[in-house]
Design a protein around this ligand. Structure first.
Ligand SMILES: Nc1ncnc2c1ncn2[C@@H]1O[C@H](COP(=O)(O)OP(=O)(O)OP(=O)(O)O)[C@@H](O)[C@H]1O
Length: 256
């Protein structure tokens, strides 16, 4: 069955401070990638934590047309901060993530799935390294392995490529996109690089100052007006010789 996610008037408060309010989306469908963009401190991570069930707040979150509480196990969330404090190896941590929340014994299928995910992320070579010995980029790839191995229906990725080199960014985003299609899972990812958004996303949600200011097809949302209004820069969207759209920034607003 194709996964679905829908938000209705969703908000987040920290104590008395409201940092997000009234986020309402159309039904986000499995097979699609939705990019969440917006300036620093706009509320993107808070939205992810709310959908992951880590924060309470107003509004209704429905997964596969059921309330979040009934289907929380379908959601896997990769936070922005992937720092670790553990003596586990990469392999152990990914296997533990696979078993998370269950008391059952490890099966051959679990081991095969761990191998498969490490292979797809091309991190088999570091499988038996300790997590504390990894570089920032390696740590981010392992965090990604830890969520992918759980076979999520709703995959929430908060800046999953921020520590990766360009080659890895392109590969990982292509992998995420093909996993969304293959497994019909609903992927929602926060990402700052608008050119990567143009490559990977089917839909874009823009969060600014705690509200959702638009949600729609990539080419209708990523426009010179968005660059001006949200990012305060002058820019254009142009197609390269292979007809792929690219964002070109001319400079800060008023000084281009
Ligand atoms: N645990 C917290 N307690 C209180 N306020 C918080 C907490 N976490 C975040 N905030 C505040 O909520 C607002 C939104 O933060 P959030 O991390 O959701 O933004 P973001 O859009 O993900 O930003 P960035 O792009 O910089 O990662 C900010 O003003 C931030 O200071």
């Amino acid at each position: 069955m194709v996964a679905t996610l829908q938000l209705n008037q969703v908000g987040v408060r920290y104590g008395k401070q409201e940092v997000l309010s009234g986020v309402t989306t159309p039904v986000l469908k499995g097979g699609e990638v939705t990019a969440v963009i917006g300036p620093n401190a706009a509320g993107k991570s808070s939205l992810f934590r709310r959908i992951a069930g880590l924060l309470d707040g107003p509004g209704d979150i429905r997964i596969d047309d059921a309330p979040l509480k009934a289907s929380a196990s379908s959601v896997c969330y990769m936070p922005q901060d992937t720092s670790v404090n553990t003596v586990l190896t990469v392999y152990e941590s990914v296997l533990l993530a696979r078993k998370q929340g269950t008391a059952r014994k490890v099966t051959d299928e679990d081991l095969e799935e761990v191998d498969r995910v490490l292979f797809r992320l091309q991190i088999e070579a570091i499988a038996f390294k300790g997590l504390s010995e990894l570089s920032g980029g390696q740590r981010q790839l392992v965090s990604l392995a830890q969520v992918l191995v759980r076979d999520p229906r709703i995959l929430l990725l908060d800046e999953p490529t921020s520590a990766l080199d360009l080659h890895r960014q392109v590969e990982v985003l292509a992998l995420i996109r093909s996993l969304a299609r293959e497994r019909e899972i609903c992927v929602v990812l926060a990402i700052h690089d608008l050119n990567q958004v143009l490559r990977v996303a089917d839909r874009v949600m823009v969060i600014d100052a705690g509200t959702m200011v638009s949600c729609g097809a990539v080419d209708t949302v990523i426009t010179p007006t968005l660059l001006q209004n949200i990012y305060k820069v002058e820019g254009r969207i142009e197609r390269c010789s292979r007809l792929c759209p690219h964002v070109i920034i001319d400079g800060p607003l008023g000084r281009a």
